[in-house]
Each structure stands twice: as structure tokens, then as C-alpha cells.
Design a protein around this ligand. Structure first.
Ligand code: ADP
Ligand code: MG
Length: 730
């Protein structure tokens, strides 16, 4: 039997107290200890193998068998020296989670003696039995195997927990015919694509030295922490990761006393351990703070190359969850664990840099660099405008539906915020005004030789209601959900921008055939791009009803639910750029969509079933007991004073409770009928729609009656931990 509220409350505060690890060791000494990084490679590999491997890691060469063999030996020695017993290919199937299957180093030599073995073949490729991973039909039955192979762009690392150390090999997961069965393969393709198109764009506009363009990403991760005891006695949190009931909480976040507040001791000890672990794994976590909602927190690393940032965010989520357990907490990564307080997001800070380290989104000091900056900016704006449906769909999930559109998170309408300074400059460009006269507010303006003002760097405008905001020298995609892998949203964004680099280059080269002033042509195409994407720019309050109205007038897409956005994404005009650029094959795209849709349906079904159980086993019995107590109280009063008007207040309460109980019974019947109807729908799109438009609203309605009962029923009878306890007591 799980503990009830009261046994938990009596135990709180008596649990183990955790003290932070020995913090006398500077981070520089432990950082990356569990990563087979450049330094280890250099020390342990023959020189020529090391040189060749560096090229492989930079994506310039394929891994040669001799190098792979030297690498396998070196990694094995390194891992054994640190007490590692197993290895695993660590990959990211289309479920959005990570997967691993451990293999011991155990082997036998010719004489039958036990040895540790790790070969090039074991490093480069393994064949997990993939038949249980979702493939959405890309893998036919005769092709039941998936292959995982090391992604040389992401270093191997050791995961150390529960008393075993395992060598993890970050891997791609593909089918025998080369179809992506994971989210990393497509991310890597998108990164190659954006680099190629950006380099061509730069070359066209006069930069012939750049060989590669990298995408940099810094991920802000929000999460909730609650005591494990509460979690275990809330079937909804246990099964769905979010509360389906509850809300008896007069104090939420309205005093704004949690944001950036003092971090509670127990939480701080947890954070320190998470950071230590991540630092060992070479994840550059840097910041921590309390978030807006009670018991909500955030951490962020220093930005890294996108593929690495993506792997590292997966690791961060794992370490958060795992470390929480040993501190008696559960880390909730769900987008909306508690109604009435803020949900959690994952802001993805995104920028592009050349191989010389120049940030293409950094406004420069010279007019020339600002021409480039504005052109790049125009490509991103047009990318978001053109591919708004794809971006919206990439972040759509059952969890994020509770966040987007609600009055706390970026809205479901995709728009871009650039701040007042850039707005002025963009409008000057599109309006054809004399750029040297643009009055850039708060800025020290240098008039450039080519009619451009220098753009102030300290562009500190903030608009928390925007789903996609320019923040000085990077964009911040804020609508991504907290539990989501960043690979898909980043893949779509990269592909969208790559697509626009290509279009820009094409137009630029065409116009240049009949013009001589390169800068004038550059500005002209930039102007076209700004003009064509004008509708996506919005500086106002993204939460307001006026914005919805305005967005409708502008013809921006408003996809309020996951099924709507997936259906829109499925239309060829909204995803063909992903196919034509080679990021997805037609089959891979449809497989991904099928899997996502299926997961949506399953999650909503689990939630509906859990709610019904919870209501039947907790809400109704507790309410009936209370009903009986009031009825008895009325009888007792009447036995003393049988006159009219006796026990007036008790009777009022009884009527109230009785009517709510009736509503709850009706609500259960209604949701069960809805579930039954949905079961009969065979078309998956329609099924998902039905969950969104029928089951989900029925659940919400039922919840309201339950929450009102929670507020009325005697506290002692209510066995489910309440919001106020879960969120405020540790
Ligand atoms: P802000 O306060 O603007 O959100 P922070 O300094 O808190 O900025 O950074 C948030 C995240 O953005 C961090 O992970 C940081 O490393 C990352 N970041 C900073 N600059 C860039 C950049 N040029 N490209 C990508 N991410 C960046
Ligand atoms: Mg930020």
C-alpha cells in the first residue's frame, strides 16, 4: 500500500539530510574526467591515428579501420583504468528518449581464459534487436534489425551509477537500408545542410574563407522537484508525470517570491550533485536558480555545438531524474505538472558561427559586417515565417499543449520578437529610407560608409511572451517543452534557415548578373526577405486576445493542439523543404509523424484512464464519507431541535456536496463514453483529434468538480497529497 498523506506529513523533515559533495575541488580538476576527450586521445593514441581521428571528428574524413582499431584499444585501456565493466551504444530512438543495452567486455582468448575485449567492430557498430522500437513502418519485417554506430562528433563517456560504470558510445541508429530510426541522424543531416548552404551564401556575398558554419545551442532546462513520498502516493504523477486533480491552494506564485529566491538547502544539495555529475561528463552546466512557480527550478549550460548540446541535454535530463531519486525527490520534467502555476519549458538559444568562431548573428562594428548581419537576420526571419507550421509541429506534444496557448508560456502562434532597435532598422530597410539617418535609440551610432548605422550590441529588450526572440546575438526558441529532446525542433529550425540561405544566394547571384554594387544587391535581397517575412514579426504581448485576432488578420497559422499541428505538418507544402533538402526521406518523415501521433494518443488515453481510476478510488469514496458525516450531523442537530430551519448550514453543505458528487458520477460516465467512442475511430488523425476535442475537455470538466470537492471535503478524509503540500513542503 502506498503511504497516505498523513504518514508522509509525519515523516517530512525527518528524512536523511544530504550535504553537498566536497566542494573544495575546483571544477577545472574534475571537468570531463569521464569523457574520452581530445586530451585522453592524444595521450593514448599513436600520433598518426590521433591526427586522422581529429579529421573524423570534424566530419572531414571517414573512420579508417586501423584508426578505429587503435581507438578501440585506447578507449578500452582508459575505461578499464577507471573501473568500467560494460559498454553500450547510447542512442535516441524516435520515442524521444534515450536507449542503451549494456554489453560486458568479457571474452575468452584461444586458451579459454577470460579477458576483456573491445574491438573496432564493437565500437563502430552494434545491432540492437530493434524490433521493439517504434519505426512507424520504415522498417519492414525482413529488416528487423537496427544498427547503431558511433557518432564521431560526440565523445564517448562513462556513466557511473548504481555501482557500475558503463562506457557509453553516442550513436546514430539506422536501419539496414540506411533509414534514420532516431532523431540524431536527421539532426546531423540538418547541420550538414545548414553549413553547406551558409558557406555558399557567405561565399556569394564575398567571404571566401569560411569552410564550415556551426550551429551553437545553449539549452535552459526547467523542472519541478517534489518529495518522493508525495509522488508515490499520487497515481497521476506516477503514471502521467502530471497531476490530473488538485488545486486547493490559495497561495501559488502570485507573490512572485520564488523566482530567483534563496534556493532551499535540500534542493541546493541536489543541484550541487547534479552539477558535479554533469561536469564529470563534460556537460558545461553553469547557472542554477529558482523559477517562477513554487518548487520549480532551472539550470543552463554554456552553449555548445548543436549535436553535442542535444546529447548533453539528454544526459542532463537523465542525471536530473536519477540524482533526484537519491535525494528523496522526484524531478518532474513534464511541461505542466501542476495546474494554476507556471509550466516548464526549455529555451533553446540558437546561433550560427563560422569555423573562425565568428557569430553570424552578432551585429558588427563595421558597415560590412552589418550588411552580413542583416542578411542573415532576414534569412532567419523568413525561415520562421515560411516554416512556422513545421516549427509549431516540432514542439507539439501532449504535455506542451497545456503550456502553449495558456497565459504563461509562449503562445501557440509562432512569431518573432526582434526588439525596438532592430525593428527600426528593419523598417528603414524595407521602407527604403536613408539608412544613415536611422535614429537608433540608446545607441551610439557610427555612420557607415555604405548607408548603414552600426547596430548597438547591447540589445537588452526582453519579451517573455514571444515564442521566438532575438536576444542580442542569438535567437531564443522558447516554445520548446521541458521534457522534449531538442533534436527535432533544432533539426526543423536548421533546415528552415538552410532553405532560406539557398534562396537568398540564388536571388543574390541572379541580381548580381545585371548589377555592379554588391552591397546594394545584398541590401535589396535583404529588403525582399524582410518584406516577405514582415507578418511574422510581433513586438507586443503574445498572451493577449488582441494578438490572436491580429494574427488571424495576418494569416498566421494558429494551431492550438497537437493533432491540429501534426495534421498541418503532414501537408506537403508544410514539410517538403525537409524532404527536398535531404534531411528526411519521405518514409522517415511519415514514420516520425506516425510515431508522434501514436504517442500522443497513448498518453491521452493513459491520462483519461488514470483520471477515472483516481476519481473512483479516491475522490468518490472520500466525498461519500464526508456526505455521510454531514447527514449524521444533520440528524444529530434535528434530534435536539427538530424545527424548521434546523441545521440550515449543514443542509446547505449536504446539498452542495451531494450535487458535486452527482456531477462527478456523471462526469465519469461522460468521459468513459467518450473513451469508448474514440476507441471505434480507426483513422489515427481523427482519433487524435477526438482525444483533443472530446476526451480532454471531458477530463477538464470532471476535474473541476473534483477540485471543488477537494476544497469542501474534510481534510482528514482526503488521502491524496494536496498541491499546497507537494509544492511548499520539503
Ligand atoms: P539570457 O539571459 O539572454 O537568456 P544567458 O546568458 O542566460 O542569456 O544564456 C542563456 C543560454 O544561452 C546559455 O546556455 C548560454 O550559453 C546560451 N548562449 C549565449 N550565447 C549564445 C550564442 N551565441 N549561441 C547560442 N547560445 C548562446
Ligand atoms: Mg534566456
Amino acid at each position: 500500500m502506498h503511504p497516505n498523506r498523513f504518514s508522509i506529513l509525519s515523516r517530512l523533515g525527518n528524512g536523511p539530510h544530504f550535504s553537498p559533495n566536497d566542494k573544495d575541488i575546483p571544477v577545472s580538476e574534475i571537468y570531463g574526467r569521464f569523457v574520452f576527450g581530445l586530451e585522453e586521445m592524444k595521450n593514448r593514441l599513436p600520433k598518426d591515428a590521433f591526427v586522422s581521428l581529429q579529421k573524423v571528428m570534424a566530419g572531414e574524413e571517414d573512420l579508417q579501420p586501423q584508426v578505429a582499431s587503435a581507438l578501440a584499444d585506447a578507449v578500452k585501456e582508459w575505461a578499464l583504468s577507471l573501473g568500467v565493466s560494460h559498454f553500450t551504444h547510447w542512442f535516441q530512438p524516435l520515442t524521444g528518449l534515450t536507449a542503451e543495452k549494456h554489453d560486458s567486455f568479457l571474452a575468452f582468448d584461444k586458451n579459454g581464459k577470460a579477458i576483456e575485449k573491445f574491438s573496432a567492430a564493437m565500437l563502430m557498430q552494434s545491432e540492437p534487436d530493434a524490433s521493439s522500437f517504434p519505426s512507424g513502418g520504415t522498417r519492414s519485417t525482413f529488416e528487423a534489425r537496427g544498427y547503431t554506430a558511433w557518432d564521431a562528433g560526440s565523445p564517448m563517456f562513462i556513466s557511473d551509477y548504481a555501482g557500475t560504470k558503463v562506457l557509453c558510445i553516442p550513436s546514430v541508429f539506422v536501419s539496414y537500408t540506411g533509414n534514420a530510426l532516431d532523431t540524431k541522424t536527421t539532426l546531423l543531416r540538418s547541420l550538414r545542410g545548414i553549413s553547406k548552404n551558409a558557406v555558399e551564401f557567405l561565399k556569394a556575398i564575398g567571404d571566401t574563407k569560411t569552410e564550415n558554419v556551426y550551429v551553437n545551442v545553449g539549452v535552459e532546462q526547467e523542472y519541478f522537484l517534489i518529495d518522493t513520498n508525495y509522488f508515490q502516493s499520487r497515481p497521476d504523477l506516477l503514471l502521467c508525470g502530471r497531476s490530473l486533480l488538485g488545486g486547493d491552494m490559495p497561495k501559488g506564485q502570485q507573490l512572485e517570491d520564488h523566482y530567483f529566491g534563496t534556493i532551499p538547502e535540500r534542493v541546493r544539495a541536489f543541484m550541487v550533485e547534479v552539477e558535479d555529475e554533469l561536469h564529470l561528463l563534460g556537460v558545461p552546466v553553469k547557472t542554477r536558480h529558482n523559477e517562477v512557480a513554487p518548487s520549480q527550478f532551472e539550470m543552463a549550460p554554456i552553449f555548445e555545438e548543436a549535436n553535442l548540446a542535444s546529447d548533453h541535454n539528454m544526459l542532463t535530463m537523465e542525471v536530473l531524474k536519477r540524482t533526484a531519486e537519491s535525494h528523496g525527490f522526484v524531478c518532474l520534467l513534464h511541461e505542466k505538472p501542476f495546474a494554476g502555476v507556471n509550466g516548464s519549458g526549455k529555451h533553446c538559444n540558437w546561433s550560427m558561427a563560422t569555423n573562425k568562431g565568428e557569430n553570424l548573428l552578432e551585429p558588427g562594428n563595421t558597415p560590412q559586417s552589418n550588411f552580413r548581419f542583416l542578411a542573415v537576420l532576414s534569412c532567419v526571419l523568413r525561415a520562421v515565417f515560411q516554416h512556422q507550421v513545421a516549427l509549431r509541429a516540432a514542439i507539439a506534444s501532449h504535455g506542451n499543449d497545456h503550456r502553449l496557448g495558456a497565459n504563461e508560456a509562449p503562445p501557440a502562434i509562432i512569431s518573432v520578437f526582434v526588439g525596438s532597435t532592430l525593428t527600426k532598422i528593419i523598417e528603414a530597410v524595407t521602407g527604403g529610407s536613408d539608412l544613415s539617418k536611422v535614429n537608433v535609440e540608446k545607441a551610439h551610432i557610427e555612420f557607415g560608409i555604405h548607408q548603414l548605422p552600426s547596430i548597438p550590441k547591447d540589445n537588452t529588450d526582453r519579451n517573455r511572451t514571444s515564442p521566438f526572440a532575438f536576444t542580442g546575438n542569438k535567437f531564443e526558441f522558447r516554445a520548446v517543452g521541458s521534457s522534449q529532446a531538442i533534436s527535432l525542433p533544432m533539426t526543423v529550425l536548421n533546415a528552415a534557415v538552410a532553405d532560406n540561405f539557398a534562396e537568398f544566394t540564388k536571388r543574390f547571384q541572379k541580381k548580381l548578373e545585371s548589377a555592379s554594387d554588391k552591397n546594394a544587391v545584398l541590401l535589396e535581397v535583404t529588403r525582399e526577405f524582410f518584406t516577405e517575412s514582415e507578418k511574422i514579426r510581433f513586438e507586443g504581448d503574445g498572451y493577449s486576445a488582441e494578438w490572436r485576432e491580429e494574427a488571424r488578420r495576418r494569416g498566421l497559422s494558429q494551431l492550438m493542439t497537437t493533432p491540429e499541428s501534426y495534421a498541418a505538418f503532414n501537408k506537403p507544402e508544410n514539410h517538403k523543404f525537409l524532404i527536398s533538402s535531404g534531411v528526411f526521406s519521405e518514409g522517415e518523415f511519415h514514420a516520425l509523424n506516425e510515431i508522434r501521433l501514436e504517442r500522443y494518443i497513448k498518453h491521452l488515453d493513459i491520462e483519461a484512464q488514470t483520471l477515472v481510476t483516481l476519481v473512483r478510488q479516491h475522490v468518490i469514496p472520500a466525498s461519500l464519507k464526508y456526505q455521510e458525516r454531514i447527514a449524521n450531523a444533520i440528524k444529530a442537530v434535528e434530534s435536539v431541535n427538530g424545527g424548521a430551519g434546523a441545521a440550515k448550514n449543514q443542509k446547505w453543505l449536504l446539498t452542495e456536496i451531494t450535487s458535486l458528487i452527482e456531477q462527478v458520477f456523471d462526469g465519469v460516465t461522460r468521459i468513459q463514453n467518450e473513451i469508448k467512442t474514440v476507441l471505434d475511430v480507426s483513422d489515427w488523425d481523427k482519433k487524435a483529434q477526438a482525444y483533443a476535442t472530446r476526451v480532454s475537455p471531458a477530463a477538464l470538466e470532471l476535474r473541476q468538480y473534483c477540485d471543488r470537492l477537494e476544497a469542501l471535503v474534510e481534510d482528514e478524509l482526503w488521502a491524496l497529497p494536496k498541491y499546497r503540500e507537494m509544492l511548499f513542503l520539503r
